[in-house]
Write a protein that binds this ligand. Structure first.
Ligand code: FES
Ligand SMILES: [Fe+2]
Length: 444
């Protein structure tokens, strides 16, 4: 059971909160590199409840800083992106990407104190098509997490951002709540209409799977398992990785390199950030799902229709289907069981149910079931790590030991292996495709 105190501590992410402090220990993916053009207008960026700006200076360097000018607080969003830095339009003070004050032109030169002034800037790096920001207090930022996907050359990484209008926790938990798949996404599918080798055949044939769950060095892991014919088992492995990442079994484990971030913009808004290996997407996963007679499976649309981005704090990567239009609900499709939910696209179905809970779910209302053990365990793991940091200064998992993330992967496989579940996973991973640079590193 999640108490009221647990619920508050888990969901609040602003400066000084328990979970906010935990998250500030890690690098955070903030925006796509392509969102910032050299010398172009700055962007408003909300992250962990802080109002920031992001810009790319004339030399191509990325700056991420508090939007308030350290002089008298005018917003640097209005600033002029000039040679080597951003200049406040109020009195002309100018700052480089590290926050250093370069110019104080409204003060006589003998009274100039620009060397004593610093804008609050956060370290930023670019990797895998994303700008990553470190908002913590360490003098030396930690390394980036050793996700396999970050070993892949940047050009081979696919990136997608979608804003979700709810707290990060309920959004994230959709990814580790595997029993919803057979209902929300596939409740209308008759297993007899699918080919035996279809990846979702076992999921819809047995809609109440059994689970194994464990804490891991990177966070938590689960395996949903079902019998898949004589002597064979269908396995679906998924992970939670500190502090807000998941890996889901929507691809074959052998080459499914993917991480999904649920980045809190503030307590009530989250940016879904998925990174995947384009070469690792199998032909089967790429094709639109079809029944064995070739007819398309309802509700599996893949299009994301976006509203135009605005300059608002929360104006980036919003879907056109949202709470204001009931996420495009089609009651006829729901009634006729063409689409169980009545909502097209797997992502939108997840978006609808998690946003429909309200901005921040009151977790004391829940009645968690045995099928929710992964959720319960993940909340406990997050809370214990956050409280250990607050009370004893214990660095949370994966901050000083980034390599713990390297062996985390989500995916499915069918096997006649009779090993223990985590041994079966390790054996599959040992046989799996690894990105080129990981292979090189292993050889060195
Ligand atoms: S408020 Fe920015 S220069 Fe004065
Ligand atoms: Fe889902």
């Amino acid at each position: 059971m999640t108490t009221a105190i647990d619920s508050v501590e888990l969901t609040r992410v602003g400066p000084g909160t328990v979970m906010g402090q935990l998250m500030r220990e890690y690098w955070i993916p903030a925006l796509m590199c392509s969102e910032l053009a050299r010398g172009a207008a700055p962007l408003r960026l909300m992250l962990l409840g802080e109002k920031l700006i992001a810009f790319r200076d004339s030399a191509g360097r990325v700056g991420v800083m508090d939007h308030r000018c350290p002089h008298r607080g005018a917003s640097l969003f209005l600033g002029r992106n000039e040679e080597g830095g951003i200049r406040c339009i109020y009195h002309g003070w100018k700052f480089d990407v590290s926050g250093k004050c370069l110019d104080m032109p409204n003060v006589p030169s003998h009274q100039d104190f620009k060397q004593k002034v610093k804008a609050k800037a956060y370290p930023a790096v670019e990797r895998a098509g994303m700008v990553w920001v470190y908002m913590g207090s360490r003098a030396n930022a930690p390394l980036l997490p050793a996700f396999e996907i970050l070993d892949v050359p940047d050009g081979e990484v696919g990136v997608l951002l979608i804003q979700r209008d709810c707290n990060y926790l309920q959004a994230l938990e959709g990814d580790i709540d595997t029993s919803h798949f057979g209902f929300l996404h596939a409740g209308h599918i008759d297993p007899d209409d699918l080919r035996e080798d279809d990846p979702i055949h076992h999921t819809v044939a047995i809609r109440a799977p059994e689970y194994h769950i464990a804490d891991t060095a990177w966070g938590t892991t689960y395996a949903g398992y079902r019998t898949a014919g004589p002597g064979r088992t269908s396995w679906r492995f998924g992970n939670f990785l500190f502090p807000f990442w998941t890996q889901v079994p929507n691809g074959e484990l052998s080459h499914h390199l993917q991480v999904r971030g649920w980045v809190p913009l503030d307590d009530e808004h989250t940016m879904y950030c998925v990174l995947w290996w384009k070469r690792g997407v199998s032909a089967m996963t790429q094709q639109a799902p079809a029944l064995k007679d070739g007819a398309p499976v309802g509700g599996m649309g893949r299009r994301n229709d976006f509203l135009p981005n605005t300059t608002d704090w929360l104006g980036r990567w919003r879907l056109a289907a949202n709470a204001s239009n009931d996420w495009g609900m089609n009651r006829a499709a729901q009634h006729d069981n063409v689409i169980y939910s009545g909502i097209d696209s797997i992502h939108l179905q997840d978006q609808a149910v998690t946003e429909s809970m309200g901005a921040i779910l009151d977790h004391t209302l829940e009645h968690l079931a045995p099928s929710d053990q992964m959720i319960t365990r993940t909340r406990r793991r997050l809370l214990m790590a956050a409280r250990a940091l607050r009370d004893k200064g214990v660095p949370p998992p994966g901050v000083e030991d980034v390599e713990v993330f390297r062996d985390a992967r989500g995916g499915y496989f069918v096997s006649d292996d009779k090993s223990e579940w985590q041994d079966a996973y390790a054996k599959q991973l040992a046989l799996a495709s690894r990105p080129p640079s990981t292979t090189l590193r292993a050889i060195e």
